[in-house]
Write a protein that binds this ligand. Structure first.
Ligand code: SF4
Length: 387
């Protein structure tokens, strides 16, 4: 046992929520010995979340392919021949059916993605109807529809959309190598419109696109220095698609991917860090390291928009092997409501009994009850420790 704690150990759990991260500080985190970095990330994770709970979302493509944008990684871009089968906007009833099935399989959030530059006016009524109907199933709703102006963001928020996904993808410096049809600032404006409308933000990036570590540092710095951290931060590993310009890019070292997850966890301690695309190509051991590094959200189901995702049954087995349980926000919320009812009944009973019996609870152990985590209704995180 060393006599003094290493810098990684001493600063492990007291990392405050900050929005002023310097590049040099993020560089230094990436450069830590792997074990020190994971220890620090795991400690931050434990200070803010149940380390064995993973939030589970399901993603459905509601409009597939023929996208006018030129994202060099994407099978849905109309600029590349990826032999993807294109689909028009799905009917609302079909989307609701899929959402129901996802809910029955344990998803707590249903994400709907459309391959658009931005939604057209004529699409908006259908999209808003989808939000209302999926929400009425008791699921959290998330959409990714491209760029949004303020009016569109407000309409989605009014319909009850909980989250909007819009990724920054990579660092501002590398961005031009990946996309030329919209700017980094366009993306930041959409994120600001989503926030201003009162929705939660899902925003992350993709690694393994041929970028340098410096770009991964730059991406995480952008995310961590937003005025509010995204509630959900997807970290994607590039899925190489035949026909796209990034099809033959060199593989990223899986440990570098784990490092990226760990640094994201440290920089954004209260956000859900999501293992997104690329899990199919990762072995179970790498995924387990990501969970240890602070990833606490995954997409569940066999398809991720247009790319493969591990089979649901395999995910269940992996969760079992690791002792991880899915975080069910609906369940937690109903438990809270149930708890409130029970508390009210107990209070009523105590009022009736007052004067007849002494309060045994108050006499034992100084009246203390064991500490119990109360989950925040919006985030599912421990909001307070109730004594
Ligand atoms: S990532 Fe989105 S915006 Fe870019 S090409 Fe694909 S569907 Fe279009």
């Amino acid at each position: 046992m060393p006599a003094t704690a290493s810098p990684a150990q001493s600063s492990a759990s007291d990392v405050a929520v900050r929005h002023d991260w310097k590049r040099s500080e993020i560089d230094a985190l990436f450069a830590l010995p792997f074990n020190d970095l994971l220890f620090q990330a795991a400690s931050v994770h434990r200070a803010h979340f149940d380390p064995n709970a993973v939030q589970v979302s399901t993603l459905l493509s509601i409009k597939t392919g023929a996208c006018p944008e030129d994202c060099k990684y994407c099978s849905q871009s109309g600029h590349y021949n990826t032999e993807l089968e294109k689909e028009k906007l799905l009917e609302v009833a079909r989307v609701v059916e899929e959402a129901q099935a996802a809910r029955d399989k344990g998803a707590s959030r249903f994400c709907m993605g459309a391959a658009w530059r931005s939604p057209r006016d004529k699409d908006m009524p259908y999209v808003l109807d989808m939000v209302r109907q999926v929400k009425s199933l008791g699921l959290e709703t998330c959409m990714t529809l491209g760029m949004l102006d303020q009016g569109q963001a407000e309409a989605l928020a009014d319909a009850g959309l909980d989250y909007y996904n819009h990724n920054l993808d990579t660092s501002p410096e590398y961005y031009g190598q990946v996309i030329t049809t919209r700017t980094y600032n366009d993306r930041l404006s959409t994120l600001a419109n989503v926030r201003d409308a009162g929705m939660k933000v899902c925003c992350g990036g993709i690694v393994g696109m041929g970028e340098q570590r410096d770009d991964r540092v730059g991406l995480l710095q952008q995310l961590a220095n937003l005025p509010h951290h995204p509630e959900s931060v997807p970290i994607n590993m590039l899925v190489k698609i035949e026909g796209t310009p990034l099809a033959d890019v060199d593989d990223l070292d899986p440990f570098e991917f784990v490092r990226t997850v760990a640094v994201a966890r440290i920089l954004m301690p209260e956000s859900y860090v999501r293992l997104s695309a690329g899990r199919q190509e990762m072995n179970d051991e790498a995924q387990a390291l990501c969970f240890l590094a602070g990833a606490n959200s995954i997409f569940y189901g066999e398809r991720l928009l247009t790319t493969d995702n591990p089979e649901a049954s395999h995910d269940k087995q992996l969760f079992n092997r690791l002792g991880i349980h899915p975080l069910d926000l609906r369940h937690e919320a109903s438990d809270e409501a149930h708890e409130e009812v029970i508390k009210a009944q107990v209070a009523e009973q105590q009022a009736e009994d007052a004067g007849l019996f002494y309060n045994a609870m108050a006499q034992s152990e100084g009246g203390k009850r064991p500490a119990k985590h109360v989950l925040d209704k919006d985030t599912g995180r421990p909001a307070a420790t109730e004594h």
